[in-house]
Design a protein around this ligand. Structure first.
Ligand code: PMP
Length: 291
């Protein structure tokens, strides 16, 4: 249960934490966000999340609401006040409050910032990963700038809901060339017959996931080869394994794609190994997590 939220300088009771009706995030989805995993009370890969936040803001010409060290203090305080040991911290920055007008607000309008945190026991994710999850494919109808982590997530929301209504857990977007881009809130991977990991390059069509970036290091350290190239649904269905990555899911085996089982329909051994190794890696690399 969330108890407190940080809103524009104040720590408020969660039930009473509100933003203005003319917040640009509310009216135009004019804002960006980050989601960071918390493990043993520590922020995982904080520096990478903060670097991506700065990039998203820069691309949209929204100013940073406060310095990175100050933001680190606020995130830790929200985690502490909500007594989160295992879970997620959510951070959102919008272009601020101004009379509704498509044009940017007057120079000097302060950006809005909200930080929340919630517990999500890692055991719940582990038991899901032990069974693996089903995925459906949907046409990718998003804009070109999916590299920016904007709160404008309507296609992602519709895709995730379509997955649920089809009895699946995640939806993978497919581009006009028939190639998988990414999931509604995850990056997509397959394992080839000869054990190579394949994932789409981050140059187009996807968000550069932090879990994806870190998994490159984890997988290389474990001796795996990685190929950055697009793959199709048919290739994924015929693959040795499939999985997806996100801070909210870590490494999640995919056992069924558009109704077809992947391999024998059980979670793959490589995905399962990478899931286990991910936190071992995070635990021995405190410099990366700035915990
Ligand atoms: N793609 C999309 C569209 C996402 O929303 C997310 C999660 N925010 C990801 C990929 C995975 O990114 P990360 O590993 O940083 O959570």
């Amino acid at each position: 249960m969330s108890r407190f939220a940080y809103v524009n300088g104040l720590y408020l009771r969660h039930a009473e934490a509100v933003v203005h009706v003319e917040d640009r995030g509310y009216q135009f989805a004019d804002g960006v966000y980050e989601v960071c995993e918390i493990r043993n009370g520590r922020l995982i890969d904080e520096a990478l999340h903060m670097a991506r936040l700065e990039r998203s803001l820069r691309e949209l010409r929204i100013t940073m609401p406060m310095s990175l060290p100050a933001l680190g203090v606020v995130m830790r305080e929200v985690v502490r006040r909500n007594r989160v040991r295992e879970g997620l911290v959510y951070l959102q920055v919008t272009r601020g409050v101004a009379p509704r007008n498509h044009l940017f607000p007057a120079e000097g309008t302060p950006p809005s910032i909200v930080v929340t945190a919630k517990s999500a026991p890692s055991r719940a994710g582990d038991s899901k990963a032990e069974k693996g999850v089903s995925v459906i494919s949907v046409p990718d109808n998003r804009w070109e700038r999916v590299d920016i982590k904007t709160v404008s997530l309507l296609p992602n929301v519709l895709a995730k809901q379509a997955a649920k209504e089809a009895g699946a857990y995640e939806a993978w977007f497919v581009d006009a060339d028939g190639m998988v881009t990414e999931g509604s809130s995850t990056n997509a991977w397959i394992v080839t017959a000869d054990g190579k990991l394949v994932t789409r390059p981050a140059e187009s069509g996807i968000l550069r996931g932090i879990t994806r970036t870190v998994l490159f290091e984890v997988a290389k350290a474990a001796g795996y080869r990685i190929e950055e190239r697009p793959f199709s649904i048919a290739e994924a269905q015929a693959a040795r394994e499939a999985f997806f990555t996100a801070a909210t899911a870590v490494v999640m085996p995919v056992v069924e794609l558009d109704g077809k089982p992947i391999a024998n329909g059980a979670p793959g051994t490589i995905a399962t190994e990478l899931r286990r190794r991910f936190h071992e890696f995070a635990a021995v690399a405190p410099a990366r997590s700035h915990g």
